[in-house]
Design a protein around this ligand. Structure first.
Ligand code: NAD
Length: 467
C-alpha cells in the first residue's frame, strides 16, 4: 500500500526525474515518481540517446565489416545484414537499463506510480493511471516531463513514412531513399545509421551550414567527411511541405528541388512537454517556446513547484537534465548547489564523433572577446594512425590575456570521451598552459588535447603551427 503524502513528487521518470528522485531519498525525503510509460528512463533511454547509440554502434560494425577491414589485412566474405537482430539487440539494451532504474528505485525506496501526473493546486498532484485516479499531497513537486520532437508546419507526420526519430529508430527495412529534414544532432546520427545500412540519404538543412551551435570549422570538416561516406547535403533548403501517397514521399522546399523518397525523417529540434500538467491551475505560464520559466534553484512561480531538464530553457541534453536535477534537490535540502552552464558538453555520435564544450570561435567573435586558438590535426597523432582514423582535429580556444580555456572542440574518433578531460579542465578553471602540463599517456588520442594546448602558445611538437 503506497502512502498519500510525500516530501517530493516527481513528474517524469527520465534522466532529470529519476535522478532527482534517487538523490532526494539519499537526503532523507519520501519520494514518489510518476511516469506514464511502463519503462522508466524517459526519451533518452526508450527512444533517444541509448537506442540511437546502439544502432550507431551496430551499423558502424556492418559498415566496417564491408569496407573497413581490408586495410588491416582482414578479409571477410559476404557480409549480410540482419536488421531484426540489430533491433533486438537495441531493445535488449533498453530493457536492461530500464530494469536497472526499477532496481535503483526499489533500493532507494522511491514509490513508482505509472500514469499521468497533473497539478491540481500547489502541493497536490492527481495521478491518472490505468487503474483509476489518485490525489497525492507533496511538500515539493518537481516537473521533469522532458520534450518531444518539434513539429514542422506543412509536414504531416503519418507515424510511418513521414516520422520523427522515434520511427527512424525502428524502420523495419532499410529505406531506399531517406530524406532527413534538419542537419542537427538527430538528423546526422540517424542519417548516418541508415546510410551505413544502405539507404541513399539526403539531408536538407535550412541554414547555410550543418550543426548550428557547434564550431564552424569542425562542422564544415565533418560535412566533408559525411559526404565522403555517401550522405548528400542540401544547405539553404527550408522544407515547406512533405506529403505521402501510395508509399512515396514528396518533399518540397524553398532553395532546393522537390525530392521523392521512400521515407522522411523530421529532425528540426524538440519541444517541451508542458501541456496537460495543470500548470495554469497553480499560476505557471509557459513561455513562447512552451518552456517553464524558472528562477533560482529551479523554482517556478508556484510555491513548492520546481522544474528541470528539457521542459525548461537551455540545451535539450540528458546530462544537463540530470545535473539540474541534482542541483535542484540539493538546494531543496539547503545544500550548496549550482549548474555551470559554461561547461555542459555536447556530443554528436557520428563517425567521426563531434564533441564540444564552452564557447565556439563564432561566439567569442560575436562577444568581441580576444582569444587565442590552438589546433592539432589528428593526422599527426600516432594513436589515430594505428586506428586508421586520422580525419579530425582538436581546437582549444583560450582567453588572450588570462589564458583561461574558453572552449574546446573535437572532431575525431572517441571525441565524446576526449571532451571529458577538457570539461574537467574548464570546470577547474584551467588555462591552456595548465592543460599543456598534463602528462598524457602515449600513444592515446587524448595526447591531442595536450598538443592543441601547446599549439595555443605555438609550441606544439608534432605539428607545424596551423594558425
Ligand atoms: P537540432 O536543433 O540539433 O537541429 C535541428 C536542425 O533543423 C537545425 O539545423 C535547423 O536549422 C534545421 N531546420 C529547422 N527547420 C527546418 C526546415 N523547415 N527545413 C530544413 N531544416 C530545418 O535538433 P535535433 O537534431 O532535432 O535534436 C533535438 C535536440 O535533441 C537537440 O537540441 C539535441 O540537444 C538533442 N539531441 C542530442 C543528442 C546527443 O547529445 N548526441 C542526440 C540527439 C538529440
Amino acid at each position: 500500500m503506497t502512502r498519500d503524502a510525500y516530501d517530493l513528487i516527481v513528474i517524469g521518470g527520465g534522466p532529470g526525474g529519476y535522478v532527482a528522485a534517487i538523490r532526494a531519498t539519499q537526503l532523507g525525503m519520501s519520494v514518489a515518481c510518476i511516469d506514464e510509460n511502463a519503462q522508466l528512463g524517459g526519451t533518452c533511454l526508450r527512444v533517444g540517446c541509448i537506442p540511437s547509440k546502439a544502432l550507431l554502434e551496430s551499423s558502424r560494425h556492418y559498415d566496417q565489416a564491408r569496407h573497413g577491414f581490408a586495410p588491416h589485412g582482414v578479409l571477410v566474405g559476404d557480409v549480410r545484414l540482419d536488421l531484426i537482430a540489430m533491433h533486438q539487440r537495441k531493445s535488449q539494451i533498453v530493457k536492461k537499463l530500464a530494469g536497472g532504474i526499477d532496481g535503483l528505485f526499489k533500493q532507494a525506496r522511491v514509490t513508482r506510480l505509472q500514469g499521468r501526473g497533473r497539478l491540481t493546486e500547489p502541493g497536490r498532484v492527481l495521478v491518472v493511471g490505468l487503474d483509476g485516479e489518485r490525489s497525492l499531497a507533496a511538500k515539493h513537486v518537481l516537473i521533469a516531463t522532458g520534450s518531444r520532437p518539434a513539429p514542422l508546419a506543412g509536414v504531416a507526420l503519418d507515424g510511418d513514412r513521414i516520422g520523427t526519430s522515434t520511427e527512424a529508430l525502428a524502420y523495419s527495412e532499410v529505406p531506399k531513399q531517406l530524406v532527413v529534414i534538419g542537419a542537427g544532432y538527430i538528423g546526422l546520427e540517424l542519417g548516418s545509421v541508415w546510410s551505413r545500412l544502405g539507404a541513399k540519404v539526403t539531408v536538407l538543412e535550412a541554414l547555410d551550414r550543418i550543426l548550428p551551435g557547434m564550431d564552424l570549422d569542425l562542422a564544415r570538416n565533418a560535412q566533408q567527411l559525411f559526404e565522403k561516406q555517401g550522405i548528400s547535403f542540401q544547405l539553404g533548403a527550408r522544407v515547406e511541405n512533405a506529403t505521402v501517397a501510395k508509399g512515396k514521399c514528396m518533399v518540397r522546399c524553398s532553395g532546393a528541388e522537390t525530392l521523392a523518397c521512400s521515407r522522411v525523417l523530421v529532425a528540426v529540434g524538440r519541444r517541451a512537454n508542458t501541456e496537460d500538467l495543470g500548470l495554469e491551475t497553480v499560476g505557471i505560464s509557459p513561455d513562447e517556446r512552451g518552456e517553464i520559466p524558472v528562477g533560482d534553484n529551479f523554482a517556478t512561480s508556484a510555491p513548492g513547484v520546481y522544474a528541470v531538464g528539457d521542459c525548461i530553457r537551455g540545451p535539450k541534453l540528458a546530462h544537463k537534465a540530470s545535473h539540474e536535477a541534482l542541483a535542484c534537490i540539493d538546494a531543496l535540502a539547503g545544500r550548496h548547489a549550482q549548474v555551470n552552464y559554461d561547461t555542459i558538453p555536447g556530443v554528436v555520435y557520428t563517425h567521426p564523433e563531434i564533441a564540444s564544450v564552452g564557447r565556439t570561435e563564432q561566439q567569442l567573435q560575436e562577444e568581441g572577446r580576444e582569444y587565442r586558438s590552438g589546433v592539432f590535426l589528428l593526422q599527426a597523432s600516432g594513436r589515430a594512425r594505428t586506428l586508421g582514423e586520422t580525419d579530425g582535429s582538436v581546437k582549444i580556444l583560450a582567453d588572450a590575456h588570462t589564458d583561461r580555456i574558453l572552449g574546446v572542440h573535437v572532431l575525431g574518433p572517441h571525441a565524446g570521451d576526449m571532451i571529458a578531460e577538457a570539461t574537467a579542465a574548464m570546470e577547474f578553471g584551467a588555462s591552456a598552459e595548465d592543460l599543456a602540463h598534463v602528462c598524457h599517456a602515449h600513444p592515446t588520442l587524448a595526447e591531442s588535447l595536450g598538443e592543441a594546448a601547446l599549439a595555443v602558445h605555438r609550441r606544439a611538437i608534432h605539428l607545424p603551427a596551423v594558425r
